[in-house]
Design a protein around this ligand. Sequence first.
Ligand code: C5P
Length: 301
Amino acid sequence: MTLQLKSPAKINLGLFILGKRQDGYHELETLLQMVSLYDTLELTALPAGIELICDHPGVPSDQTNLVVRAARLLLEKGAAGRALGCRIHLHKNIPAGAGLGGGSGNAGIVLRGLNQLWQLHLSISQLAEIAAQIGSDVPFFLGSPAALGRGRGERLTPLQPAKKFYVILLYPRLAVATSEVYRGLNLDLTKKQKNINILHQFFSESDIASLGAHLHNDLEPVVFKRYPIVQKAKEALSALDPDGVLVSGSGSTVFAIFGDSASARQAFARLQGGDWDLFLTETVTSLSEFLPASLCHDLKP
Ligand code: C5P
């Protein structure tokens, strides 16, 4: 049996660092939104062993790939000693080291897919526990297309989707290491008076102009300092008068949001030919946009 799955990218419409924790991670508040740039995954059941075939030269095919870690952990924690295996074909469209959660999304979708393929019948909260061991962003990809994340990003509150809006992703062809960006944070400089609530309010009202005006990422100044090319990318996007522009996660992608698709298409056309990769996307508002119906059913939080 084979399962065909799509694995979407995410953006962070807000990312507020609250402080450093004993375990070395940072306590944060973030508003996560899936967008319609997808990797594709094909999962085939095997009698034993986990094989990954990935067409992308920059993405490892060994056990360092989050997809393989996800399959192994699921086997270890959820399969009660049964002999199970799978072959995973991964086709990458989402750039790596981009702040778009590509690898995390792949891992989350593999957990969901193998739970079905192997008929493990684990609950969402059991899968979420495994997901959080793989990475802070992985649990988000098990659930709703938009969510508030707290803790290190893994404690999620699903959000009612806002009406669809349009997102240009600009990847400056530069891979960023998340841990380095966090290491460069000066917590005295993070704007403690700001918080996620105002963004959440505009998001739930689908007020994209106000949402755009309040986008905020505490990691952005660190990324700009280390990688001036990312700041240049933000300037190029800002010049096209979108509703808002921000670095996603720890970078290097800068995204611009638009309430209407015509303005997004026009801006996209004007950005062509630069030294970057561009993706014109829209927000994902329903799981059925990327998951087969059989997997949507048990996805309710
Ligand atoms: O959880 P994940 O493995 O994706 O995190 C990658 C790195 O990002 C961590 O090793 C840590 O340095 C940093 N990080 C952090 N606080 C978070 C999330 C990530 O410091 N909330």
